[in-house]
Design a protein around this ligand. Structure first.
Ligand SMILES: Cc1ncc(COP(=O)(O)O)c(C=O)c1O
Length: 456
């Protein structure tokens, strides 16, 4: 077995890390995680860290969770993987049925348009690719071949595959690839802190919806679907949309004959204080993408769910070529589906969502304190998801120049104190596992406050 030094050297020699300038990486000693328990991760020296971003927004019920471990081990004893192309399997069938019932019971505001079909893939990006292709092909089958574009939001993030990047709106990630991307329309992001109106959240919502309607009025014939991260644009900076905005988007999609795709990859599974973010505004999308928390943060699995209306449009004779030609090697993987079923059992049996309220209130109180700091421009929160925007000048809202890496410096300081979080530019992201205790949450926020003070 390699010792710590040998592992670090081998990492630097062989591994190419995501979203990482590897030249910087070479100068550091990488932190290597060896073990996890509950909300904590242990490095090779035996030092424990609080996992403040749920291992990239996936973990819900902690590491080494007995129920999830047990479900996966039991499944391994039967079979780990067989294909869903031409075959089926028990966990995939049972999970699909549970998810449909689950969405039916949480999003049953308009039963006639319930999400009734489950298409499996492997991660958030593929769930989005599936949704885009499904929406496009749906309109083809309806005889509407002009609908070959999409409407998306500025500051949107839907993943890193080319389709997902095409509907993304974060310049620093996406501009490089612009020659490869397909055409999309961009509507303004409801980023009230920096929106043009500067007149409050209700006006921000009104203005964004008005501008979005203008785009739809002019271009709806070309637009297959509007894709949106409901309530929180996560990677774009934890941008929380103002009340009424999401419902307004749903109405516009209906009015202009455009499908609505809700990307709940980051917001799903309780993060926003409800099981799915769409519930906050009683919105039922035509297509929904979920992943990340689906397996409790254990295994890569995703689903794209669609309504009967969409599914039925793909039915026909073999020769009609209405088949949805899409699939991946690990589609419907048994281990992932077994973990997801165990995860849904926890939600069913343990009143997880109801139990979040005191910790959400605690987070609000702690954020209020942090908002008062000299270099904190804005704090945004929905449920247990939050963002802290650092600014060089609070009065003018002048951001730190991205080259200053201010967010990174604060998170680096927090790491020295035993807390793992990641920034999005100048925005500090808070997204702990749902099982975090009040004590740990309180400590986490105190460390963040101290780190901001020390670095800024
Ligand atoms: C809203 C949203 N959609 C899609 C994705 C892509 O998911 P993945 O990284 O699993 O491909 C992410 C990832 O953060 C996300 O936040």
């Amino acid at each position: 077995m390699k010792n710590k030094r040998e592992l670090q050297d081998a990492d630097k020699k062989f591994v190419w890390h995501p979203f990482t300038q590897m030249k910087d990486w070479q100068r550091e000693d990488p932190l290597i995680i060896d073990e996890g328990k509950g909300c904590f991760l242990k490095d090779l020296d035996g030092r424990w860290y609080l996992d403040g971003i749920s291992s990239m927004w996936v973990n819900l019920f902690g590491h080494k969770n007995a129920a999830l471990d047990g479900a996966i081990k039991a499944q391994i004893d039967k079979i780990s993987h067989s294909t869903l192309l031409g075959l089926s399997n028990r966990p995939a069938i049972e999970l699909a049925e549970r998810l449909v019932a689950f969405f039916g019971s949480t999003l049953n505001f308009q039963p006639s348009s319930s999400l009734s079909r489950v298409f499996y893939s492997d991660n958030g990006s593929t769930a989005v690719e599936v949704a885009l292709k499904m929406a496009f092909q749906y309109w083809m089958h309806k005889g509407d071949t002009a609908k070959s574009s999409f409407l998306c939001l500025d500051n949107a993030y839907h993943g890193d595959t080319i389709g997902a990047v095409s509907v993304g709106g974060i310049d620093i990630f996406h501009n490089t690839f612009s020659p490869l991307l397909f055409k999309t329309f961009h509507a303004p992001s409801p980023y009230c802190y920096r929106c043009g109106s500067g007149r409050g959240r209700a006006e921000c919502s009104f203005e964004c919806l008005e501008k979005t309607e203008e785009i739809l009025r002019t271009n709806h014939r070309e637009i297959a679907a509007f894709i949106i991260e409901p309530i929180v644009q996560a990677a774009g900076g934890m941008i929380v949309s103002p009340p009424g905005y999401l419902g307004g988007i749903r109405d516009l999609c209906r009015k202009y004959g455009v499908l609505m795709i809700a990307d709940e990859v980051a917001t799903g599974f309780g993060r926003t204080g409800k099981m799915f973010a769409c519930e906050h505004e009683r919105v039922v999308p035509d297509i929904v993408c979920i992943s990340k928390g689906l397996t409790g943060g254990y295994l890569p699995l995703a689903v794209t769910m669609a309504t009967d209306e969409i599914y039925n449009a793909f039915l026909g004779e073999f020769r009609d070529l209405k088949t949805f030609f899409h699939g991946h090697s690990y589609t419907g993987n048994q281990l992932g589906c077994a973990a997801a079923l165990a995860c849904l059992d926890i939600f069913r049996d343990e009143d997880v969502i109801e139990g979040l309220a005191p910790r959400i209130a605690l987070l609000t109180a702690k954020l209020d304190g942090i908002a008062a700091l000299a270099h904190v421009g804005d704090v945004r929160q929905k449920g247990l998801m939050a963002g802290i925007e650092l600014v060089s000048d609070k009065q003018t809202k002048e951001p730190y120049r991205w080259e200053e890496k201010m967010g990174w410096k604060v998170t680096h300081r927090a790491r020295q104190k035993g807390l793992l979080i990641r920034p999005l530019g100048n925005i500090l992201v808070i997204m702990p596992p749902l099982i975090i205790t009040e004590k740990d949450l309180s400590w986490m926020m105190d460390v963040i406050g101290e780190s901001i003070l020390e670095v800024t």
